[in-house]
Write a protein that binds this ligand. Structure first.
Ligand SMILES: NC(=O)C1=CN([C@@H]2O[C@H](COP(=O)(O)OP(=O)(O)OC[C@H]3O[C@@H](n4cnc5c(N)ncnc54)[C@H](O)[C@@H]3O)[C@@H](O)[C@H]2O)C=CC1
Ligand SMILES: O=C(CO)COP(=O)(O)O
Length: 338
């Protein structure tokens, strides 16, 4: 019997709520923080999150609160599930209540605008915790499928192997199989960059292109992800695993992906403002694409697909222009990695 841990999950959206269910099913005690009292009441009284997971029955062990101090009391793990661009401000509010010695786990797949920092770096900036206490949990984990307890794998990544193993134990269930990895940088980058590639795949699909175009974007997207990851100190093998190729394939193929769906709307000819106004949930790649391109430029890494996505989202390029820019690049040998 593994140790019984206590986790505070901060963020009651689709993944924070679903991961609370995984933790609870794994025997971990869960306190879920959400902003809205009516959502907290629905979780506590009806065991449901009607806004994000309609029709899903949550385990009775998932208890919710609007009080972050209450959620955080005695937590072995602080699990972060808010949008990447609000994390720094959220953490500043929560700092006084975060227990000493807790492990901070990011579920988030974005890069901060302006600083171009990974989520673990934002955590370190604000909380000053050491590398043995910052982790991520990532992989091909479309929330809706996991909320149905469909089989999935994930990776618990931390520079410190024993911490990764404790996180693995805290969220391992018969339907959710977690591996460990000490390459935190690679695992975080895999999760963030795949959202940008999924936007590109969505655009291609919205323009009416088929599986060849999709495969081209996935494979060349993986190649540019590896280049960036290696330049930032990651292990290139991470990108062949769950946090890299695994998440890329799931997200680029799934109609459940918010990033892919966002791109598809653009590819069909909707404007950025129109798509933003109809997207209620977090599509991290929209903002993170700029931070990722900033990282690539700073490290002299070529990321043509990311550049095309930034051009499309933020510089007025049309889908047709973006696709043409990719297809008319100079001829070169195929290379994977550096
Ligand atoms: N949904 C999924 O399938 C998966 C999502 N992720 C990642 O998890 C992270 C969270 O995503 P989701 O839960 O899916 O997003 P979501 O859009 O479903 O929920 C976001 C949550 O953050 C809250 N929120 C929004 N603005 C806030 C603010 N200023 N301060 C505090 N809370 C705020 C919302 O009320 C909501 O509860 C993202 O980084 C996403 O990439 C990772 C794996 C799977
Ligand atoms: O990260 C995810 C699946 O692993 C979810 O992707 P979206 O944010 O595009 O829905």
């Amino acid at each position: 019997m593994s140790a019984r841990y206590r986790a505070a999950v901060l963020g009651g959206g689709s993944w924070g709520t679903t991961f609370s269910m995984v933790l609870s099913d794994a025997g971990t005690e869960v306190s879920l923080w959400a902003r809205r009292p009516e959502l907290v009441r629905a979780v506590n009284e009806r065991h449901t999150n009607p806004d994000y997971l309609p029709g899903v029955e949550l385990p009775a062990g998932v208890r919710a609160t609007t009080d972050a101090a209450e959620a955080l009391r005695g937590a072995d793990f602080v699990v972060l599930a808010v949008p990447s661009q609000t994390l720094r401000a959220n953490l500043l509010d929560w700092v006084p209540h975060i227990p000493a010695g807790t492990t901070v786990v990011s579920l988030m797949k974005g890069i901060e605008l302006g600083t171009a920092k990974r989520m673990s770096e934002v955590v370190t900036d604000v909380l000053g915790v050491g590398p043995e206490r910052v982790a991520t949990l990532t992989g091909p984990n479309l929330a809706w499928e996991i909320a149905q307890r469909q089989p999935a794998v994930a990776v618990a990544a931390c520079a410190d192997q024993p911490t990764a193993e404790r996180l693995q134990q805290a969220c391992m269930t018969p339907y959710f199989r977690t591996y460990t990895n000490t390459d935190l940088i690679g695992c975080e980058l895999g999760g963030a960059v795949k959202n940008v590639i999924a936007l590109a795949v969505g655009v291609a699909s919205g323009m009416g292109f088929g599986d060849n175009a999709k495969a081209a974007l996935i494979t060349r997207g993986l190649a540019e992800t590896v280049r960036l990851a290696v330049a930032l100190g990651a292990d290139e093998h991470t990108m062949a695993g769950v946090a890299g190729m695994g998440d890329l394939v799931a997200t680029c193929n799934s109609p459940l992906s918010r990033n892919r769906t966002f791109g598809e709307q653009l590819g069909r000819g909707h404007t950025l403002d129109e798509v933003i106004s109809t997207t209620r949930q977090t599509a991290e790649g929209v903002k993170s694409s700029e931070s990722i391109l900033q990282l690539a430029t700073a490290h002299g890494v070529e990321m043509p697909i990311t550049e095309a996505v930034v051009g499309l989202l933020h510089k007025g390029l049309s889908p047709a222009d973006a696709m043409q820019a990719l297809m008319t690049r100079s001829a070169k040998p195929e290379r994977y990695g550096v």
